[in-house]
Ligand binder design. Structure first.
Ligand code: LRH
Ligand code: MN
Length: 393
């Protein structure tokens, strides 16, 4: 290995050491589609068991120290005790996800509902989530609204935006100094005509209107097919309005598959824009979260695999020869510039990552380490009886 290769390796490993990926509590629980939820053995029955599983992912990967919660799926009597339990397990509680998409009252919308009483109820839930953040020590309130309509004329598109803006304003004004509001957009589902926060532009406009503590969440499964997501990343980064990712992958719609599974090249292009924007480190303030559903595959290995997929895409992005790329771009060398990026993408970074894990005192192969750990046999034996956790309250 040449001296410059060694320097590049060290630079890449240094950057990967500070990478942080947040795993979602609900990915450890049962999930499915409208057709079927296939329960799995050993699935957690409460937020404590979800956190225990998340802690295993962190112990084996070294880069997943926080767990996002979803309310009411993760409602407990004592959030401070849950936060202490997480700390004892070596992790911390991350973003708090509000849920105004599962109550009968929200059929025609939550914060955009024509009925002011229903809007009040929804806003009170958002404010309750900020109260929970005060107790868990979480920085981020993540808001995704299923709100939308199914037929033209069903409701007034503009009036719904007014209602949304009013709810966001009241919630924003409740935030503490070190808290943020993350607004997530989604093109469609469960609404099939007009979604009230359908795209990055709508989310961006509302966040601009709210203020500096409001940022946009990019869920990689929430775009129309063919959308250039890395363009949205570059644009929002430049505007200082990219707050977080909900990483997953899809072949068709919001499939919530393992990130990098359906389109590893897209994940690489996204992480390249993060590296190019010098936004990989915690100081950049971007929350790199997974938001996935492991409907048929074993959940903990799937989440470990997903964390590794993000690491691999990031390592490849860090290997891009920035000087050569800039020179080719400046020279208008189309094929040359593309080749610089593809060289990095085609680099097998698994040996480098295995080396890094060994240097961090971790098993170079976390998937094999999990299989050898006997953890699944342990939870399968222990977690008998009780109600398995899922997308129900
Ligand atoms: C909506 C979404 C949102 C979460 C939910 C679990 O599709 O991406 O981020 O609240 O999934
Ligand atoms: Mn999401």
């Amino acid at each position: 290995m040449t001296q410059s290769d060694a320097q590049t390796h060290d630079r890449v490993k240094q950057a990967l050491r500070i990478q942080r990926i947040e795993t979602p509590s609900w990915a450890y629980a049962n999930s499915g589609t409208r057709f079927k939820v296939f329960p799995q053995e050993g699935v957690p029955r409460n937020p404590y068991e979800k956190i225990a599983d998340a802690a295993v992912v962190h112990r084996l990967t070294g880069v997943a120290p926080t767990v996002a919660l979803h309310i009411p799926w993760d409602r407990v009597d004592d959030y401070a005790d849950l936060a202490k339990y997480a700390a004892d397990q070596g992790v911390a509680l991350g973003a708090i996800n509000a849920n105004v998409f599962q109550d009968n009252d929200y059929k025609l919308g939550s914060v955009t509902n024509p009925d002011p009483g229903v809007r009040r109820k929804a806003i009170d839930h958002l404010l309750e989530c900020v109260d929970i953040m005060d107790r868990t020590g979480s920085r981020d309130l993540k808001l995704w609204f299923s709100d939308g309509t199914n037929y033209p004329g069903q409701d007034d598109i503009r009036a719904r935006q007014d209602r949304l803006a009013a709810a966001l304003r009241e919630t924003y004004d409740r935030l503490g100094d070190h808290q943020r509001l993350l607004l997530e957009y989604k093109l469609f589902e469960p609404a099939f005509y007009a979604t009230d926060v359908p795209d990055w532009g709508t989310a961006y406009a509302h966040c601009l209107e709210l203020g500096p503590k409001a940022q946009v969440v990019i869920d990689t499964g929430h775009h129309a097919p063919g959308t250039n997501i890395e363009f949205i990343v570059a644009f929002l980064l430049r505007a200082g309005k990219l707050g977080a990712f909900d990483f997953n992958s899809r072949f068709y719609a919001d499939d919530d598959l393992m990130v990098g599974a359906a389109d590893p090249f897209q994940l690489f292009r996204i992480m390249y824009e993060i590296v190019r924007g010098d936004a990989l480190g915690p100081e950049a303030g971007i929350a790199f979260m997974l938001d996935q559903c492991h409907n048929i595959e074993p959940k903990i290995p799937a989440i470990i695999r997903s964390v590794l997929n993000v690491q691999e895409a990031t390592a490849k992005a860090l290997l891009v020869d920035a000087a050569a790329l800039a020179a080719a771009q400046q020279a208008g060398d189309v094929l040359g510039a593309n080749a610089v990026l593809m060289d990095a993408y085609h680099t097998d970074v698994r040996p480098l990552l295995a080396e890094l894990r060994a240097e961090l005192g971790l098993d170079p192969d976390p998937m094999a380490a999990y299989a050898r750990s006997g953890y699944f046999d342990k939870i399968r034996a222990e977690r008998v009886g009780g109600q398995q956790a899922g997308w129900g309250a």
